[in-house]
Write a protein that binds this ligand. Structure first.
Ligand code: TXA
Ligand code: MG
Length: 324
């Protein structure tokens, strides 16, 4: 059942479903999450079944406030406290040693747990009414792009979800930064909207920002975030248009995501407005889904500059391109 999210009744229905051990999809500022009661092993195991996700891939716990963090971690360290003050609610997930409260099912048996407070009024209202932590991965089938609209969740997971809260399109559009605070220096496992410089400024020392390569969050396969269409990443718009011509000539159905290239004429289909890194992030996953809905064979993408969230967009494009 999809309920327009602004409605009090929808939030109450979501909180009741969580309490009953059912799954609730909800919007965050990054992407839609597929939520379950984080303290219930049975509820959490339903998330893995619904997504088709391997059970050793750990989930992020979403909490409403600092008390929620304190429940889940062994200790709220000074770094964690400072980062929470600076960036929560917001697109930063921190990893710390877990407390006894966290079931193995959430962490895939690891002794650490990932936590964030999402910056979305519906998510916060749901968390407050439910009154406990909600384990939620992105609300897509395993290996697919994260959903940024309620209709994407319903299309992909509809039958396994008790309630889908509809908050419209997500404003950021790609997943949170995942920061491991259990290593020295702290390490960014997944780039997102909050970059290494902002984090360093808060904790007063450098963080390691290996934005690519093998030292990644468990479950972050090279092939993640991939649409059905093949993704080709090229350096600039001129190259993209030439490559599109070539592929179209060879009978392929081609779509384009390229900063500064507008729709029009009989060129390739333009899949997203992508003129700034922020626009690129906001529209990337919907563009992937649109390409699949249109039955395209290839998506040609010119990455945004590596500034701000552009770093995270480039990471997702590289993963999507490695996907098939
Ligand atoms: O923006 C987001 O983070 C979204 C919204 C819904 O909050 N959630 C999300 O969840 O992207 P998911 O499950 O798709 O990605 C969680 C990431 C994975 O890369 C996972 O490996 C990492 O967080 N992670 C979770 N727990 C971890 C742990 N204990 N240690 C290391 N990495 C962990
Ligand atoms: Mg995901």
């Amino acid at each position: 059942m999809t309920i327009p999210g602004s409605d009090e009744a929808a939030i109450a229905a979501g909180a009741r479903a969580l309490a009953a051990g059912d799954l609730v999809a909800f919007p965050t500022e990054t992407v839609y999450g597929l939520g379950a009661d984080a303290l219930s092993p049975q509820a959490v195991s339903r998330v893995f079944t619904a997504k088709g996700r391997p059970p050793d891939h750990p989930l992020i716990c979403h909490v409403a406030d600092a008390g929620g963090l304190a429940l889940l971690v062994a200790e709220v360290t000074p770094d964690a406290h400072a980062l929470a003050q600076a960036f929560w609610p917001g697109p930063l997930t921190i990893i710390l040693p877990r407390s006894q409260a966290v079931p193995d099912e959430v962490t895939g048996g690891r002794d650490t747990v990932a936590v964030r407070i999402p910056d979305h009024p519906l998510a916060l209202a749901l968390l407050e009414q439910f009154g406990g932590p909600v384990a939620a991965p992105s609300a897509n089938r395993f290996g697919r792009p994260s959903p940024t609209r309620a209709e994407d969740v319903t299309a992909e997971l509809g039958r396994s979800v008790a309630v889908v809260l509809d908050g419209g399109p997500c404003t950021i559009g790609i997943e949170s930064t995942v920061l491991d605070l259990t290593t020295e220096p702290p390490q960014i496992l997944r780039p997102g909207g909050i970059g290494p410089d902002a984090i360093s400024a808060v904790i007063g020392r450098p963080v390691s920002a290996t934005a690519s390569g093998p030292a990644r969050a468990p479950g972050m396969l090279e092939s993640h975030y991939a649409p059905g269409a093949r993704v080709e990443v090229v350096g600039d718009a001129g190259t993209a248009l030439r490559r599109a011509d070539e592929l179209t000539g060879a009978g392929q159905r081609v779509g384009l995501i390229a900063p500064g290239v507008a729709a029009g004429g009989d060129g390739p289909m333009i899949l997203a407005r992508a003129d700034s890194p922020d626009d690129y992030a906001a529209h990337l996953y919907a563009a992937f889904r649109r390409a699949d809905a249109q039955g395209l064979d290839v998506i040609i993408a010119v990455p945004p500059p590596a500034t701000g969230i552009g770093v995270a967009v480039r990471d997702r494009l590289a993963r999507a391109a490695a996907g098939r």
